[in-house]
Design a protein around this ligand. Structure first.
Ligand code: BJ8
Length: 426
């Protein structure tokens, strides 16, 4: 980190010893799991810098903005519309966490058989080790899976600024109306928090900013269709992960810079893996920082990840919001239209997700799919079975993985992934 930020963390009320331990875990994971890659685009230097300053410079920047009157809103789900937050001159930060912390304390509040993502979010709060959580003026929970919904009831006792958004579970007319009503309620809550009334102009600008960010990610995704692949799955995942807490305009510019470099690489037939390397699509649960375990295993087993069907990936960024709306209501309709297409496994039925996976397999010329399910995540583990069946019918091999954040199953996962890579190579 470029400076000593201990006094900043102390002022946020964080536990410094616990935080040192977390930074140790993060640093080690980055070193051992992430930086094991040899060939990386030069443009990744920006994302490495952001990672190194994730609890330093970026927090300082946010606190400076806070001092100038801007509010910070934290969220755990891609259904929370950044457009509404930006339009009220606030900043949205993704809070999902990818490391175990204070597990013993967490399991006093949540059953052991809760997914690692929820436990991690609780561990970061109980341990007071996340500067984003500690600096947020509002934390948005959402009624998605049963685990999250019920966990927010307990999280409400740990934080005094929790706002819970209801979400539909069925893609029906009623479901769409619920989403619209909830986005309207959220708009009012954000306006109350910030004291800023959203206008047609501010909402239009916010839609453009978020669209530009997603369009840059689309550009990066499209480049991953090339062979040889110009960027590793690990690096592409990191850019996606960074999108959840970086300044949107700076993030967009940095992704576009890396895309310029990759386009040149493709023109020169340069890739980070040789042509003919088996191509893998990862589908399933979100992978939050520093959860790089599975991609590292895949990419050190002689395969390359060419796409992520995930909320930290294409499910989260797939669609843009139509920009033609003139009134606030027309723009909100466009926002609802865009988010209602997100095919999270909490929806029933969820045929769209199967179709999207099949489309991604074809578009990225994937030789196989690894379905990544977090242990105890019923929605995605349940869906992994029809996903496997649908892929079987396409003659696309699928490996269903169920894991958590611990490193204990590394050996077993490696063996299974290596066998899968061999199967799709032969
Ligand atoms: S839109 S995927 S970000 S809810 S892994 S907590 S589903 S038990 S994260 Fe998600 Fe929004 Fe859906 Fe995306 Fe529950 Fe499963 Fe845990 Fe999960």
């Amino acid at each position: 980190m470029s400076e000593d930020y201990r006094s900043m963390w102390a002022e946020l009320g964080m536990d410094l010893a616990g935080h040192d331990a977390l930074l140790g875990v993060l640093g080690k994971a980055y070193q051992d799991i992430y930086l094991f890659q040899k060939e990386r685009p030069e443009g990744m230097a920006y994302f490495d810098f952001v990672m190194s300053e994730v609890h330093g410079l970026r927090i300082k920047e946010l606190l400076d903005e806070k001092a100038a009157g801007r509010k910070i809103i934290g969220s755990y789900c891609v259904f929370v519309p950044e457009e509404i937050v930006l339009a009220a001159n606030a900043t949205l930060i993704g809070l999902c966490s990818g490391a175990d912390f204070a597990t013993e304390e967490v399991e006093k509040l949540l059953p052991r058989n809760t997914c690692a993502l929820i436990k991690s979010a609780f561990g970061f709060k109980i341990g007071k080790v996340c500067p984003y959580l500690e600096s947020a003026d509002m934390i948005v929970g959402e009624n998605t899976c049963d685990g999250k919904k019920k966990a927010y009831e307990s999280l409400g006792d740990l934080v005094d600024n929790l706002y819970v958004m209801d979400l539909p579970q069925v893609k029906s007319i009623n479901g769409r109306q619920l989403l619209k009503a909830e986005y309207l309620r959220f708009k009012t809550a954000v306006e109350d928090l910030t004291g800023v009334a959203i206008t047609a102009d501010s909402l239009r600008q916010a839609i453009r900013t978020v669209n530009a960010k997603r369009a840059a990610i689309h550009r990066l995704c499209a480049l991953r269709k090339a062979s040889p692949t110009p960027i590793s799955g690990l690096d592409a995942l990191l850019t996606n992960q960074v999108s959840f807490y970086d300044n949107p305009a700076r993030f967009t510019a940095s992704v576009n810079t890396i895309c310029d470099e990759l386009e040149q690489g493709i023109a020169d037939n340069i890739g980070v893996f040789p042509a003919g390397t088996p191509r893998i699509l990862i589908a399933g649960c979100p992978q939050a920082v520093p959860n790089w375990k599975l991609p590292m295993i895949v990419e050190s087993a002689g395969a390359v990840i060419v796409g992520e069907e995930s909320c930290v990936g294409e499910r989260g960024t797939r669609n843009l919001t139509v920009e033609s709306g003139q009134t606030i209501d027309e723009m909100l309709e466009a926002i609802v239209e865009r988010y209602f297409q997100v095919d999270c496994a909490i929806f029933t039925p969820n045929q769209e997700r199967l179709i999207h996976i099949e489309e991604m397999v074809a578009a990225y010329k994937a030789d196989g799919v690894i379905h990544y399910g977090l242990q105890f995540c019923q929605p995605y583990l349940m869906e992994s079975i029809p996903v496997e069946k649908a892929l079987e019918e396409m003659n696309i091999p699928c490996l269903r993985i169920e894991t958590d954040y611990s490193m204990e199953d590394m050996g077993q996962l490696k063996t299974r992934v290596e066998a899968f890579v061999e199967q799709i190579t032969s």
